[in-house]
Design a protein around this ligand. Sequence first.
Ligand code: PGA
Length: 260
Amino acid sequence: MEVICCKTYDEMSREAARAVAQVLNAKPDAVLGMATGSTPLGLYQELVRMHKKEGLDFSQVTTFNLDEYVGLPTTHDQSYHYFMHENFFKHVNIPLQNIHIPSGTTSNYHAFCEWFEKRIVDAGGIDAQILGIGSDGHIAFNEPGSSLSSRTRLKTLAKQTIDDNARFFSSREQVPIYAITMGVGTILEARKILLLANGKKKADAVAQAVEGPVTSMITASALQLHPDSTVFVDDDAAGKLKMREYFDWVQKNKPGAPKV
Ligand code: PGA
């Protein structure tokens, strides 16, 4: 697990965008795993800037989103369909038919989840998966207790997640309590994982995910089992990392790092 501590949210977003651009430069038809929430907004803005100003091309890219609320129509301003189109897809050149977002309105969730998993395999697997982290340590909507080998399925959201996400809705009662989400096992099959976290509210979850034991109570800790995962944090989210000094030392001295 590589930990990149950045001074600010903007720097964290730029570093993560650079990592995504490297994937696309090496493989223009890469399959990207997309995340929603407030955390990756800066990353998406930077990727849009790189597309418009530097010619970063998404024309051969395929995407799979991690999750979607159950029961919200795609036109609802808090649905992840709406979020992705508003904040990213409408600003870049990914062909619409290459975009996959779990359905929150299907009449058969079981069949949909199986189809979604199969589509990922048929696309060749996910090359780089972008992730946020919940204050309860979740990745996607894999709440505490989720099996670390879980697949795409319906999940009941934890109270803490409903509380955290209530800020986006007009009242807590309007937050859906179910979501369809990729499983931890699905996520771990991505070839590369980029987890982003910013703000003091994430400091405990980040420390437990990076330095704590691997446990289904903090599903992000499963990334310790992945051979190529990078955690991008700002100063606030890095605040509880005991090994911060070591992580910074590694960044300065890793093979190939510029000598300053
Ligand atoms: P946030 O959500 O980016 O809105 O904090 C992250 C998550 O729950 O994964």
